[in-house]
Write a protein of this length. Structure first.
Lengths: 279, 264
């Protein structure tokens, strides 16, 4: 392969190499699919063979599931509400220090969540940089559900803001400007033209962010602590159960798997319908 | 936290004793893997260095977590040479499951204390104050020996302080932590008003940030720490040597220095 010149890379000239390459690619995909499905299958097999379904309806599991649903819903509401205009500014406006802000938005994506937890603790904990002033007013954040939501937003917001800003950047300015020429105000252009055009990107970003929030562990366990019904989300409950009752840990994992699956399917279905509607 | 300390320990090793195997007679090196209750982190850290000095070329690897987590890991087939538990229960289960070689030996004892931040925001001056409404109490999670002992203490205290005492204290719990050191750290950073820990958890590092409230002796428990070589030990000889070091005069001296009570 190496002697062949770079310019001459039309696929037709190397039929043999091509089949080999595509064969390898298919094998690679099979490897990826197998590597993902095997552990998932193992969870289900264990649950069936050990008959640990009961653990799914235990009070610990129920509290953890409800808490995860509640906190991720609140987190997503805040992320979308604040992240959408923020992403638009990042996509459309130029200002001093934009590069810095851009890089800052990416930090939580590369920062290990446990480091994020320590950082949040040092900022908002009782003796934290900001937390001490809250404490003076009788407001404590650590060990509350609010701390869970903060940890989730901290680690997940990036995924929505980044994808949304890429989506907004792809909306052509002349389309927006044409609407404005037709007499629409800036805000109504944003809500009626820009957002619908960027909608698939917004949904994709929201789903990724939600998944990240649902899986949040390190930040929550360090910043919010772990207490049933208050701060013990599903990932924390799995970790806690693993120390004692492995059947319950497996059952919780299957539960969150099912929950995530339902949400992803629902979003796929709804976005497919809404894009059809647009066209 | 344990991982960080572990890295620190192995990091220290390098400069000090890789002096080559010039004079080593029959020692051929190897690795000794120890799973120990998280309250042993300082004591075993120090003894690990002693062991490596005594056994040229041997590397001591240690993992510190709650005894219940370690038991789960051993049951799931973690390969290790020695298990040191902070309670008999975990060791008994390991023995029952046929995971232990020989008979476990009790090598040290411990008792519990209450720790509060230095500025003591909840104004806890004696043991019974932990039941006061509004105290933010951190506790290790269910099945962790330190938490089980705390529950045992509260049960005994009911007889003295009234039958609601235990319930009042437990309703103050704001977080259940992975192990005893994690719950102590909640007090060190000042987010929790109090926690139950072992006497030996009141280490030099935290003395300027934490105050001790003692638990009346008649209510306190005596935690007994058993140690044993594991059946799947890669190097049973080294495992035996470690148990010997821990129970030796030198081992007991280090443990005593770190606030543990002698076993005998």
């Amino acid at each position: 392969m190496k002697e062949r010149s770079k310019e001459d890379s039309s696929p037709r000239t190397f039929p043999r190499g091509d089949t080999l390459a595509s064969g390898l690619a298919v094998a690679a995909l099979a490897l990826v699919a197998g590597f993902i499905s095997l552990p998932i299958l193992s969870l289900v097999v264990w649950t069936i063979s050990e008959d640990s379904w009961r653990a799914m309806v235990s009070p610990v599991a129920r509290d953890a599931l409800f808490l995860s649903m509640r906190t991720t819903a609140i987190s997503m509401f805040i992320i979308v509400l604040i992240g959408t205009p923020a992403a638009y500014v990042l996509a459309r406006m130029n200002f001093r220090g934009k590069r810095l802000v851009d890089a800052l938005v990416d930090i939580p994506a590369v920062l290990p969540p446990s480091a994020a937890g320590i950082a949040l603790l040092l900022a908002f904990g009782r003796f934290g940089l900001v937390g001490r002033y809250f404490d003076a007013f009788g407001v404590t954040i650590s060990f509350t559900t609010a701390a869970v939501v903060m940890a989730e937003i901290f680690v997940a917001a990036h995924f929505y803001v980044r994808q949304a800003s890429i989506g907004f950047a792809r909306v052509r300015r002349d389309v927006e400007e044409a609407a404005m020429v037709d007499g629409a105000g800036r805000f109504s252009v944003f809500t009626r033209v820009t957002i619908p055009l960027a909608f698939p990107a917004l949904v994709a970003g929201a789903v990724t962010a939600w998944a990240r929030a649902l899986g949040e562990f390190g930040g929550t366990v360090i910043f919010a602590g772990s207490f049933r019904g208050i701060t013990q989300t599903i990932p924390l409950a799995i970790f806690a159960e693993f120390q004692g009752d492995i059947d319950a840990a497996v059952a919780l994992s299957v539960l969150v798997l099912g929950f995530a699956f339902v949400v992803i399917l629902a979003v796929r279905y709804l976005t497919a319908r809404s894009t059809q509607y647009q066209e | 936290m344990s991982a960080i300390v572990l890295v620190g320990l192995t990091g220290c090793r390098h400069g000090s004793n890789n002096s080559g195997s010039g004079g080593g007679d029959k020692e051929q090196g190897g690795t000794l893997t120890i799973l120990a209750a998280s309250s042993l982190i300082d004591a075993f850290g120090e003894l690990g260095k002693t062991f490596e000095k005594q056994n040229e070329g041997v590397e001591v690897k240690q993992s510190f977590e709650s005894s219940s987590t370690l038991l789960t890991q051993i049951q799931q087939g973690a390969s290790a040479d020695v298990f040191a538990s902070a309670a008999q229960e975990e060791m008994n289960t390991a023995v029952k499951d046929g995971l232990v070689a020989g008979k476990p030996e009790v090598f040290v004892k411990n008792c519990e204390i209450i720790m509060v931040p230095n500025d003591n925001p909840a104004d806890i001056t004696e043991f019974r104050d932990v039941a006061d409404p509004g105290v933010k109490l951190a506790l290790a999670q269910k099945d962790v020996p330190a938490a089980d002992y705390a529950i045992e203490i509260l049960g005994k205290a009911n007889a003295q302080y009234g039958s609601d005492f235990k319930e009042d204290v437990l309703s103050n719990v704001v977080s259940r932590e992975a192990d005893v050191r994690a719950s102590v750290n909640r007090v060190v950073v000042g987010d929790a008003d109090a926690t139950f820990g072992y006497k030996s958890d009141y280490t030099i590092d935290i003395r300027d940030r934490v105050k001790v409230i003692s638990i009346p002796p008649d209510l306190n428990i005596i935690a007994t720490y058993p140690i044993a070589a594991l059946k799947d030990a890669e190097d049973p000889e080294l495992a035996k040597k470690w148990v010997e070091l821990v129970t030796s005069k030198e081992g007991q001296r280090v443990l005593k220095k770190l606030n543990f009570e002698p076993a005998a």
